[in-house]
Design a protein around this ligand. Sequence first.
Ligand SMILES: *Cc1c(COP(=O)(O)O)cnc(C)c1O
Length: 367
Amino acid sequence: MGNIQETVLEIDLNALKHNFEFIKSKLKNNTKILAVVKAYGYGTDAAIIASHLEKLNVDYFAVAYAKEGVDLRNVGVKKPILVLHPQPINFQSIIDNCLEPNIYSKRILEEFIHIAEVNHLKEYPIHIKFNTGLNRLGFKREDIIYILSKLQKTTAVKVTSLFSHLVASEDLNEKDFSLNQINTFKEIALELTKTLNYKPMLHMLNTSGIMNYPEAQFNMVRAGISLYGFANEDALTKQLRNVVSLKSVISQIHHIKKGESVGYNRGFITEKDIVSATIPIGHADGIHRAFGKGKGFVTIKGKKAPILGNVCMDMVMVDITNIECNEGDEVTIFDNQDTVNELASNINSIPYEILTAISQRVKRIVK
Ligand SMILES: *Cc1c(COP(=O)(O)O)cnc(C)c1O
């Protein structure tokens, strides 16, 4: 029996450090690193990841929603935290926890200035996002005059940074589009800073942007998936180390006769005698139902065991007919980037989704 006795997600902090340093090696000396730790640190554990990165002297953090930032403050994270997608209902909590909002629309700017004034704040840090093509969140270029007029009427907020986000940083077929976004962002930043009497930081690049558009590092980059070991290109992924491993055990083994079925709705019907293993991980843990009927697999004793029939909420059954193994033996769902990529592509997904789907029910352990 191995030392794994239940379903666990292992986090390798040495690999995280390697990836952080690899990203740093791609940057100019004075470019800051913002670590994106949204969605529980891409499905890992934001507190563990952020606390370790703080020790490595990361400059900034970003989360998607206010609550994620509050959770980090509650475990003692001290570095600035940018909230990428704040809602007015959380503005007071953002202020109370020294979180820094992304200001992405007129409504958000007006409501945040209002609450900052009600709180008698002075120069509270905000970040202004421009939409340069993604059409998701952000001001349009035409809003610059409006933004300046609002900012000039208040001392409650101060712009710490201006930023934008690339649409297809991983896709070199869209290079012209990306370069155009970078250029538009530069022009917007120039126009805005001309009138402000100070210079906010500028940032635009996510992981693939860092790899593909080094000329657009500006003052800071926003690294997410690469910290966890993935780039959108195999050659680069090979230079990163795997941070996240998902492991489990065999709960029970069944010897099943030809013609019997396995799982809900008789999702698998045997054509010969087979042996199955029941594994304590299901769609409630992040093994999407789409992995049923052989689209997903686990590895036992170095051999692939495909999922039989439908994925249950709390379990999967896998085919171990050709694997010598016993109840209690260790099972690997993934422990390297290739497997995550393979699992993702089997269900038309991406590593981001495979990682972030791993639910909070799975125990996290630090390796
Ligand atoms: C999630 C996110 C990132 C990180 O992207 P990766 O591809 O994971 O590096 C950066 N910027 C914004 C605005 C994001 O939402």
